[in-house]
Design a protein around this ligand. Structure first.
Ligand code: ZN
Length: 290
């Protein structure tokens, strides 16, 4: 089957990278770059009804708070600091308090926002994550299908923390977000950045390629193309500096050879130092307004 761009449907693509699902299945995948719109996309793309098998692991940390070991411990500490930082990015300068976190995982971000007086709605594909998050928030967390049933202008702020890279139908998602946000509303999208130093350094072992769970790999230009037919436009870009360390440690784990922690910290430092000059951090947060 010929590769086909999920954004513009062009079949004109060049091979960007051959890699494996180092995290779970060890299966081979490829990443193509569309020659028409520039998007990088994973190929083959597991269909929606089978993608679930690639998530069935206790190691999928965003859904797991109980795992022992140094890296999960650090992940959870950093997550707590990050939540406050993300909350500031999402809310500074906004008016309304109706907030949707699409792909809310176990609900830490929304829980923080709820304590700050926001009227929160959580959505996640994973039933396990929904159960954890519902308990934390004291209200039902909905599925993505239920989000599609919500009325226009339902929210003032929508956040997607490392979620858009998992979504197969990008145009449909962009239409949904545009419809759900009120005028003057804000959309916050965090994504890995394959133009960062750590991505260039680790190449096929870069943990944030995370195929086939990550179906799409964006830069600012291709992200803007996703929203080209909407009223949403980028008004700011921010770094997530801690991701450089975490992603580098995971990547060192895929290389093997030990000392993943120390080597990961060193590469993370180099990545953030390089990004201070060229703006290409390991993860980027794009702030849109409508
Ligand atoms: Zn394309």
């Amino acid at each position: 089957m010929t590769a086909k761009c999920p954004l513009c449907e062009s079949q004109n693509a060049t091979l960007h990278l051959q890699l494996k699902d180092y995290f779970l299945s060890k299966e081979d995948f490829e990443i193509y770059q569309c020659q028409s719109c520039g998007l990088l996309y994973t190929w083959p793309r597991p269909a929606d009804d089978i993608i679930g098998k690639y998530y069935k692991s206790d190691d999928y940390l965003s859904h797991n708070e109980k795992k022992k070991g140094l890296i999960p411990f650090i992940y959870n500490c950093v997550k707590r600091v990050n939540v406050a930082n993300k909350f500031r990015m999402a809310t500074t300068g906004t008016q309304g308090r109706r907030m949707l976190d699409f792909g809310c995982g176990v609900g830490d971000f929304l829980h923080f926002a709820q304590q700050k007086g926001y009227e929160v709605t959580g959505a996640d594909l994973s039933p396990d994550a929904r159960r954890f998050a519902s308990e934390k928030l004291g209200k039902p967390v909905i599925s993505p299908d239920e989000v599609f049933a919500l009325p226009d202008n339902s929210f003032d702020i929508i956040t997607m923390w490392h979620v858009l890279e998992h979504i197969s139908d990008l145009k449909k998602q962009a239409e949904l977000l545009d419809r759900l946000l009120a005028d003057g509303g804000r959309l916050v999208i965090a994504l890995p950045n394959y133009q960062s130093y750590d991505a260039q350094y680790y190449k096929d072992k870069w943990a944030a390629y995370d195929v086939p769970r990550h179906l799409n790999h964006f830069n600012q230009k291709t992200l803007e193309s996703v929203f080209a037919d909407t009223q949403l436009h980028i008004v700011g870009v921010r770094p997530l500096k801690w991701d450089a360390y975490y992603i580098s440690m995971m990547s060192e784990g895929y290389i093997g050879g030990g000392n993943a922690f120390v080597k990961g910290v060193l590469t993370g430092l180099k990545s953030n130092r390089a990004a201070r000059k060229n703006g290409q951090y390991s993860s980027m947060v794009y702030i849109f307004e409508r």
